[in-house]
Design a protein around this ligand. Structure first.
Ligand code: DSN
Length: 455
């Protein structure tokens, strides 16, 4: 008998098919990405790195003779790497091409690991890192006190102004005062396009400062050309996850400038040595064996993102997000920043309707619309009771939903809000089951017209 875990996987397939995913950090991978992730590559240990010789874009230079040469040159701690080396090299070369980078490390298991490795590559305990605060839209790994890195490094935070944009004057003032070793630009709940050129100018005034971007949310938009690329503006390092707008498997990625790549050479802490500093900080610094089945799936996803269709996809992601924001505004939702310039919308539910974000998240779960409760800047709500919700369009755009459907989603959300306001207490949601199930059926019938890839 098959393990019962497979029944649960079937239930999850049903949930994904019958509902609509509005969490802005989620997406649906293609059948090929899924296929690569579920392969026998999971059987292999390959601690270390492939050689850093060039490789054809499709691995085409790798004839038998070349394989022997490369095997002699790789930096692995286990034998049997001829296929793994080629797969990892392919992932690296595609990632570099996609993001205009000199070097890529495709091994981080997650975005958090990627960030941690960069901090470890450039800083020592007690060094100062300047990053956006969690409350303003930064990520947990950008210095939230509950994290390990916050206990190792001295994080100082910058925030956003009333318009929801980065407060650049404040950023500059703090940077000059604190002389950080890293200035980090990146966010999980921010809907403007950062002024990378301005931040570069600020960083130039600080000796020995590494300019780093965590572009996890918008990496797909960058790859598809609808968002500026920090590496084109003098940033030296960019981290990302691979599963958000980039639409790959769950994992992390570090991209950088710099051409010194031999991981066996003990490096000086210089910008030119960044690739080798990062490689050594990932392995053996903070991780052991890489997940080569996931690296293969990353390579497939990067290949997809290099295709012209991906540019169309990300354009639609942004178009849908702007339309969704407009339709929500028309229905009384107050939006952080008054709208969006990317894939993400942050609603101040408390200010709009007097209920908190968690109540609305739970109520929307009941109708098959999944998003997440989220703090808004200067939130007075507790961590589990924030005032806002965060939603976005990467996943639903993959399924093919367009502007017409954004209007429907906004309308369903307003109907659910009205139910919540009428009840006044989320524990009473069961008593509204009849009304909620009507909306759930409408969501389901629309969702079924837009199949999830791979299901
Ligand atoms: N947890 C992710 C998000 O939802 O934004 C960030 O890594």
């Amino acid at each position: 008998m098959k393990d019962p875990v497979f029944n649960l996987i079937e239930s999850e397939k049903k949930r994904q098919s019958e509902g609509l995913e509005l969490i802005p950090s989620e997406n649906y991978v293609s059948k090929e990405v899924l296929e690569a992730a579920g392969t026998i590559l999971t059987n292999k240990y390959s601690e270390g790195y492939p050689s850093f010789e060039g490789v054809g874009e499709n691995g085409e230079f790798w004839d038998e003779k070349r394989i022997v040469e490369e095997k002699l040159k790789n930096y692995r701690y286990y034998g049997g790497q001829e296929n793994i080396d080629r797969i990892e090299r392919l992932a690296i070369s595609r990632a570099c091409k996609l993001f205009h980078a000199d070097h890529a490390n495709v091994q981080p298991h997650s975005g958090a690991n990627a960030n941690e490795a960069v901090y470890w590559a450039w800083c020592r305990p007690g060094d100062t890192i300047l990053a956006m605060t969690l409350a303003s839209g930064g990520h947990l790994t950008h210095g939230a006190p509950v994290t390990r890195s916050a206990n190792i490094y001295n994080f100082v935070g910058y925030g956003v102004d009333e318009s929801g944009d980065i407060d650049y004057d404040e950023l500059e003032k703090i940077a000059l005062e604190e002389q950080p070793k890293i200035i980090l630009v990146g966010y999980s709940a921010f809907m403007k396009i950062p002024d990378f050129a301005r931040i570069k100018k600020i960083a130039e005034k600080i000796p020995d400062c590494l300019l780093m971007a965590d572009m996890a949310h918008v990496a797909g938009l960058i790859a598809g050309g609808v968002h500026p690329n920090p590496l084109d503006f003098g940033f030296y390092v960019m981290t990302t996850t691979t599963h958000k707008t980039l639409r790959g498997p769950r994992g992390g990625l570090i991209l950088s400038k710099g051409n010194v790549k031999n991981p066996l050479k003990k490096p000086e802490r210089t910008l030119e040595n960044i690739p080798v500093l990062i490689d050594r900080a990932v392995f053996p610094g903070t991780q052991g064996g890489p997940l080569e089945h996931i690296i293969a799936a990353k390579a497939v996803a990067f290949g997809e993102a290099l295709k012209p269709e991906f540019k169309d996809y990300v354009k639609k992601v942004v178009k849908n997000a702007k339309k969704l924001a407009l339709e929500l505004k028309n229905r009384g939702f107050i939006l952080q920043g008054d709208g969006t310039e990317n894939h993400l919308v942050l609603v101040n539910v408390k200010e709009s309707f007097g209920i908190d974000g968690k109540f609305l998240e739970k109520a929307l779960d009941c109708v098959g619309l999944n998003l997440n409760a989220n703090a808004v800047p200067s939130d007075k709500g507790a961590a589990f009771r924030p005032s806002g919700v965060r939603l976005g369009t990467p996943a639903i755009t993959t399924r093919g939903l367009g502007e017409k459907e954004m209007e429907k989603i906004a309308e369903w959300m307003r109907r659910v809000v009205d139910i919540c306001v009428g009840l006044g207490d989320e524990n009473l949601l069961v008593s509204a089951e009849e009304e909620l199930s009507k909306i759930r059926e409408e969501v389901k019938s629309l969702a079924k017209k837009f199949p999830v890839p791979g299901i």
